[in-house]
Design a binder for this molecule. Sequence first.
Ligand code: IPD
Length: 304
Amino acid sequence: AGLDLDEIYRFAIQLGKDAGEMLLSAANARISGTAYAVSTEKESAVDLVTQTDEDVEAFIKQRILSTYPNHKFIGEESYSKGTSKQYLIDHAPTWCVDPLDGTVNYIHLVPFYCVSIGFVVNHEPVIGVVNAPFLHQLFSACKGKGAWLNETQQLPLLRNPIPPLPQGAPKGCVFSCEWGKDRRDASDGNLQRKVESFVNMATELGGRGDKGGMVHGVRSLGSATLDLAYCAMGSFDIWWEGGCWEWDVCAGICLLNEAGGLVTTANPPDDFDTAEIKPANLGGRLYLAIRAAGDNDGETGRQA
Ligand code: IPD
């Protein structure tokens, strides 16, 4: 109650721009040899944090809490320091931030990394700002106001009309799935399901007739946030990830919702046919995202 979403949205966009500048100058300092991305391991050998993650989160947190002292803040790096309970999302207005999503990309100079700023009210992501400064892509969305690229181009980019998902999707789609950070469960669990998803999508496996494999392409960008942003843009048709945290998806869920896409907690491929796909539950850890489906033959039904 009493929230001025317009004002908070403007604040979030400026914050995303400023944090993006920090990411860019940290990357440029590395490229010019005046600084190095020293990383340390968190939960596993592939769960990394750099000084840049810490510095950008400290900057964002300070800016938010000095402007909105009554709001809650959840950040990836604050959380990893072990204060879990107080950071659970509840009905309070909460900022949910990943200062650097795609840390491994940042370390290896793969350009797909970004700052991801989400704002949640009553469990619903109502603002999302994602800035990928190396790509010159600023994504922003606010409930009821659409999703935008660089504040000027409405998402999805192809809108007149929005192209339908291919008949027989996921066949013919571009599918994106991340490897995640938990690489232990090679024979069972999330990693196994991810590997199967990759294989089934990329081949004729899957055993589902014309709903079987043979997507046009399988991608793994290394940033859950950018996967969702690219679904909102209409570039990716489907994204699936298991093992995400709230800060990986909060801003991206708002972008995709506002672009007319769908985010669910379902598991592919079994649920591609399911009519009653439930809305994503933040913190559900399993996410399936589908871009705006457009209209096939005059029917409005989802094709995925
Ligand atoms: C990770 C990336 C990665 C995804 C992981 C995330 P981080 O975030 O989004 O693509 O597979 O689940 O935790 O550590 O780079 O901020």
